[in-house]
Structure formats: C-alpha cells, structure tokens
Design a protein around this ligand. Structure first.
Ligand SMILES: [Zn+2]
Ligand SMILES: [Zn+2]
Length: 366
C-alpha cells in the first residue's frame, strides 16, 4: 500500500505533471512538518521514473508512433512499484534521488580554500550549493529524471550567496534534474525563488481521511479514531500512534511537565535538554509527542493570554516559543546535534510563573 495518506488532489496534480510533455523542474512543497511533503516529492520521483509509465524507447518504437493506443496518456498514472526505479526509490536507495539539507551533504570547497567540515551546520551553505550545481550539470547515473529534495529550503535564505546561486540554476534548470523544495516557512524564501517554482500547498490531512486510511490498513476502528484525532493532521504520526497507542495517553502528564520546566531557570532547562537528547537516540516518537505537548502548552498560553489581555511581552514570548518549536522539529530532521537543538529550544522559551501548584514534587526527567 502506498505510504501516502490523503492529498488526493495533489496526487492527481503530480500525476498529470509527471505525464506531461515537459514536467516542471522546480516544485515547492509548502506546509507544516509531518504532513507528507517529502512523501509527495518521492511520489513525484516515482511518477517521473517508473519504467511502466515511461517505457524505455527502443529501436523501432517509432513504428507505433502513429498508433493512437501508444499516444494516449494513462488517465490515472500509478507507479507500478515493481520496476527497478520504483523499488530503489521506495527503499531510499536510488542513486539519483538526493536530499540536500543543513550539514555536510554535497559539500564542495573551492580548490585551495581552507574549509572546516560542518556536519552540524544549521544552514545550507554555499559550498553545498556548489556541489549541487556541479552534480546537476552531469547526467543522472540511471534515472530518467534525477531528483534533488532541498529540505528545509528556508535554510538557504540565511546564506544570501547560496540562495542566489541556486536561483540561477532554477532559472535555467539542467534537463535531467528536478528540484523539490520543501518548507514549513515559504515566507522565509526569496520571492524570486518562490516564483520559479510550481507551488504546492500541503495542508494537514482531515481527521476523517486519516481515520479511514487507518481502518483500511486493518487498524481497529476505535483505535483508528483516537490515533487520527491525536495526530493533528499528520498521517505519519497517526500510523505510529496506531502501532503504539500508549503514546497517546500521556498528554496530561506531559503538559504538567512542560509547565514545570517552563517555570524553571537555565540549570534545569539544560538538564531537560540533555535528557531529551538522550531519549531521542532511543525513542524518537516519544520525544516528538513531547514536542507536540510543548506546542500545545504555548498555544494554550497564547490563547489564554490573548483573551485575558496579557502584556505584549508575554504574547511575544509565547510566539517566540512556537517559532523555537518549529526550529527544533526541523533541526531534528537534519544533522544538527540533538542536544544543541533542544538547548536552543529551551533557551528560547520565556520563563513562566505558575499558579500555586498543589504538590511540590521534585522535577524528575527520566
Ligand atoms: Zn515502476
Ligand atoms: Zn562545506
């Protein structure tokens, strides 16, 4: 079964783009994390490369060019899932499907330039863009279309040179390479980059669609309903909840812990960050659920604060916290050291004063 849940409209669009005479060479998938943006990009790669959808041209095939049966484009183009490109792409092992993000990927220093390795960088650097341009100028190893997924694309912005170099490539894209830019913050991209891309807005998937998909995957209906509800529109998360329902029940306890940590100073916050990083190595999903709880915690304060006429600083603080959460989610998808990512998040959170708490329990982070 396809990894994709929901997004039928987008899928139809990608199908017709992939089957068109000149598929677009730059797409921008804009939308919140974990909604399926990368899965859609990968699906586009399969649509462009599946050998059943695009049979290799063989000598003599022009004989059939006049035959209408050979000209008709399939109405519902679905990758076969069995040919070599389909399988390699699905396994994440296709040599021509490449992801570029912060870190060392494709780093190509200039000759003679002294250059320090940057596996933990937060930006997509000019040296990486140089490597990318060099790669794109060559023919793919075996693909019909090479795909480069730039994720998160907004990390290009902080390096003006990198953004401008890539812009040139998007203006005159090499024939065999398709760029898919993925971002939760399209407003942080250069307008000139956005305008070169076919923009695809990826929204959270409606609860009912996720629920129905889970049931179709043989998840028990009551559990499917709970998992869909708790996923906040993220199909991937819903699948994980269905597999580990225990993760959904802890929300109240998590929110209490958020409140405690947010009321503490730097020392306990650093300890919390170290602990979260440690747990991240063993159980990513549990930590992602915790980050969701942090988001709810600040959202709640934002809503409550706005209705009670809280001061400007307080609201600004909560907004800053929400931004830090977006940042940590992106950092955790890239090569940033988890501990630094968590520390940055915790230090961006304003300190809150709690209403008198009924129990003075010591903070335990295990
Ligand atoms: Zn195929
Ligand atoms: Zn570099």
């Amino acid at each position: 079964m396809s990894a994709l849940i929901g997004h039928r409209g987008i899928l139809r669009e990608l199908q017709s783009l992939a089957m068109s005479e000149e598929p677009p060479h730059a797409l921008l998938f804009a939308g919140p994390e974990s909604t399926g943006r990368t899965t859609l990009a990968i699906e586009y790669a399969r649509l462009l490369n599946c050998e059943q959808l695009h049979p290799p041209v063989t000598a003599g095939s022009s004989l059939f060019a006049e035959d209408p049966a050979f000209q008709s484009v399939p109405k519902s183009a679905v990758p076969c899932g069995e040919c070599r490109p389909c399988r390699l792409i699905e396994e994440g092992a296709h040599p021509d499907v490449i992801t570029l993000g912060p870190g060392d990927a494709l780093c190509r220093p200039r000759d003679g330039e002294s250059h320090t390795a940057h596996p933990d960088s937060r930006d997509i650097r000019i040296c990486q863009v140089r490597g990318l341009i060099d790669l794109a100028s060559r023919f793919p190893f075996e693909a019909r279309y090479r795909m480069v997924i730039i994720d998160p694309a907004d990390r290009l912005y902080r390096n003006g040179a990198a953004a401008h170099t890539i812009l040139k490539t998007l203006e005159e894209p090499p024939g065999h390479t398709v760029f898919c830019l993925v971002t939760a913050a399209p407003e942080d991209l250069l307008e000139t980059i956005v305008s070169r891309c076919r923009r695809i807005d990826v929204r959270p998937v409606p609860r009912s669609e996720i629920e129905a998909s889970l049931v179709a995957r043989a998840v028990e209906p009551a559990l499917a309903a709970r998992a869909a509800e708790a996923s906040h529109g993220s199909p991937g998360r819903a699948i994980q909840f269905a597999a580990q329902p225990g993760l959904m029940g802890d929300r109240g306890r998590l929110l209490e812990r958020c409140a405690r940590v947010a009321s503490e100073g730097t020392g306990p916050r650093f300890r919390y960050a170290a602990d979260a990083a440690e747990r991240w190595r063993k159980d990513r999903l549990a930590v992602l659920v915790e980050i969701d709880a942090w988001e709810s915690f600040w959202e709640e304060r934002l809503r409550g604060g706005a209705s009670e006429g809280a001061g400007h600083d307080e609201l600004a603080g909560a907004l800053e916290a929400m931004k830090a959460i977006r940042q940590v989610r992106e950092d955790l998808q890239t090569n940033v050291i988890p501990r630094s990512a968590f520390e940055l998040m915790l230090l961006s959170f304003p300190r809150v004063t709690l209403a008198a708490s009924p129990e003075e329990e010591p903070v335990a982070y295990a």
